[in-house]
Design a protein around this ligand. Sequence first.
Ligand code: NAG
Ligand code: NAG
Ligand code: NAG
Ligand code: NAG
Length: 503
Amino acid sequence: MARTPLNRYLGLTFLLALCWYYGPSLMGRGASVSGFGSGSRHRYTSNDLDRSNWIKGVLANNSIETEVSFASRTLKYIPDATERLSMTEINQDLLPDGFADIHVGSGSPILPSGSTLKVHVNKIRRPDAVNALSLIFGVSTTFARFDGAKTTPIKEWARWLTDGKGNSNGAGLVLALFNSSDTEIDQAQERLTAAGISATVLASNKTLDMPGRYVDLVQLLWNDPSRAERKYFVLVDDDTFFPNMPNLLDTLHTHDPSKPYYIGTITERTDWIIRDHTPMAYGGGGIFLTAPVASTISSLPCLEKDSEGEYVLGGDQGDKLLYNCLHNYTEITLTYEPRLNQEDEFGDPSGLYESGRSLLSMHHYKSWHHIKPAKMHAVASACGGDCVLQRFQFNDNFIISNGWSVAQYPHGIDFDTALVEGTFELPNDNGLADVLHLYAYGALRKSLSKTGRKKGWHLLDAREEGSGRVTQVYTKNREDERWLREDEATYERDSVIVLTWIP
Ligand SMILES: *[C@@H]1O[C@H](CO)[C@@H](O)[C@H](O)[C@H]1NC(C)=O
Ligand SMILES: *[C@@H]1O[C@H](CO)[C@@H](O)[C@H](O)[C@H]1NC(C)=O
Ligand SMILES: *[C@@H]1O[C@H](CO)[C@@H](O)[C@H](O)[C@H]1NC(C)=O
Ligand SMILES: *[C@@H]1O[C@H](CO)[C@@H](O)[C@H](O)[C@H]1NC(C)=O
């Protein structure tokens, strides 16, 4: 167009008209952009653009191919359910429009967030509503594990030790680092403080071995200057996670903190219970001591050694030494809390995370099996702690296990969803496979892996967007053999489901 004065005038008028029309969204939320899909032009905000770019970034960073099969849905949670059920049935389809084959490379159109569907959830209690002043946690580990790119627990700790926004939720943490220099201790302290965690980092007693350092944590917790404010003194491993702090606090407060309580869980492995013949709290699930117990242990000679240098009480593991000390010197016995989880199973943990159970603790997520609890837990900042791993079942045979997976059962949900699926690796060297987890999980239903009856999308990443909005990206790799019958060909595309939770 020639730059005649008239054209300039027209151009300016057009621009002004545009600003008048889109003004509010340009100033506040963003410009209108057209996306793919529906056919009709849809107005997208800069937030949509931002979310879409984030999703594409997540897919690219995780080697998902740029031609994918894609579906999305927005779930509006309404906190009017009277309880958190094992299964919440929604009399609607999750994905009424199915999947679309799309390109998600750079420059591709904005990804839609799908039409809105209402779901009913229990009272919402987000991390920023948690007051955990009554708790102080103790962890004994090495600087290498604390600092290692693959092992550092900071992101996970921030989910249950802060309000999710960089401030402490009141809980204390004593981190005892073994064989670490002063510089390393300062560095750890700085990182925890920067994450909003109210922590004290110190060097563990050099003369103690691993079980000794573990039991020694009790007196470190008991002697912490914040003692008067604390009610429960908690020993955890560096890979223990608490997915539902509001519920954990409720549960703990049913045990009078002025009375002696030693609260924990036992291993899910029936054979190990019999091997250990010790009704002790296994450390990975978290061990909770009320003040009278912490005080008592601090004054007992738990770490006494004999002339051979062995613990008089015996105990090659810290949790066992702690139990032996209580057992030998006091009348205190275990208060068993089955919703705490030691998670002593190997392989795919889906069976547990897709069981709809309300878990108070999780363990072994960086070793025996792999999950990313901080990402899983992001959705607590939308629909609250009870919503984590909550199940929603839809008419089109999809089940969401919130924060872990979206599973589709193409031949129908023709099994009892109350039973735990046997997805774990079950060691059968002693012929016990079928009864290994019996007391903890019940009899397992058969794994649907390689039957073609189940297809699973697993959480790849999740993002908080403020104001109770959280976006989750679930993916199914096209080569994942778990979802194929033996004679079934691999899929042509990686598949992506995006769920956006909104208030
Ligand atoms: C993708 O990886 C890069 C490099 O590690 C990182 O800076 C970026 O934040 C990642 N993007 C997303 C969306 O996670
Ligand atoms: C202590 O740390 C040093 C240096 O990091 C390492 O060489 C040594 O093996 C460690 N000792 C123990 C007992 O872990
Ligand atoms: C370290 O542990 C040993 C053995 O239990 C004990 O004698 C010593 O007092 C402890 N040192 C500190 C600083 O607590
Ligand atoms: C501790 O208790 C165990 C089991 O009751 C017993 O065998 C052991 O002799 C006791 N040890 C001490 C030092 O009292």
